[in-house]
Design a protein around this ligand. Structure first.
Ligand code: GLV
Ligand code: MN
Length: 177
């Protein structure tokens, strides 16, 4: 659900329209991907409600990745604030588009397409991304397939990736928290 009830006008405050969550440096070692996404969406601050827009801050350690994912409800436009980042996405026709971006360079990911950002530089990378949805949603491919609960059957993944079930189990084991 992306719609939230509107507050009565008498209860609206200035704080509803401002968000300071992007000022903090995120901890990129809290997961094995070496990245962290801080959402600035309607769940983070209510002033976005009904506006159909939102943003993220993405921190990526050197060598780290914001892994392949897609946003079911939004296209994404982003700018690299710091660092060197390989940004890539795959079209519905199976064409891979990518470029290495430096600070102040921008990219766009058309709605629903699988994309990633890999830090290919030697310093920490920071991106600010924006969406034409107040709650774009994010389906992270490796987590959706290998870390869902209840688990997607090993047989389904083995047949889909053309590998043995032992390979599927070894990937799943890496995502056990
Ligand atoms: C980056 O792809 C993001 O979703 O913020
Ligand atoms: Mn994204």
């Amino acid at each position: 659900m992306t719609g939230f009830p509107c507050k009565p006008a008498s209860q609206v405050t200035s704080d509803d329209f401002f968000f300071s969550g992007f000022t903090n440096e995120a901890n990129t070692s809290s997961n094995d991907f070496g990245s962290f996404v801080t959402p600035g969406n309607v769940e983070a601050f209510p002033g976005l409600n009904t506006l159909g827009i939102s943003m993220n801050r993405v921190d990526i350690a050197p060598g780290g990745i914001n892994p392949p994912h897609h946003h079911p409800r939004a296209s994404e436009a982003g700018v690299v604030v710091q660092g060197q980042v390989l940004v890539g996405f795959v079209t519905t026709a199976g064409v891979y588009h990518s470029r290495v971006l430096a600070a102040s360079e921008m990219f766009v990911i058309p709605r629903g397409l699988v994309h990633f950002q890999l830090n290919v530089g030697i310093e920490k990378a920071i991106l600010i991304t924006s969406f034409n949805s107040q709650l774009p949603g994010s389906v992270v491919a490796p987590l959706a397939l290998f870390a869902a609960e209840p688990s997607v059957p090993d047989r389904v993944l083995a047949k889909s990736f053309l590998v043995g079930e032992d390979v599927v189990r070894s990937i799943k084991a890496k995502f056990i928290r």
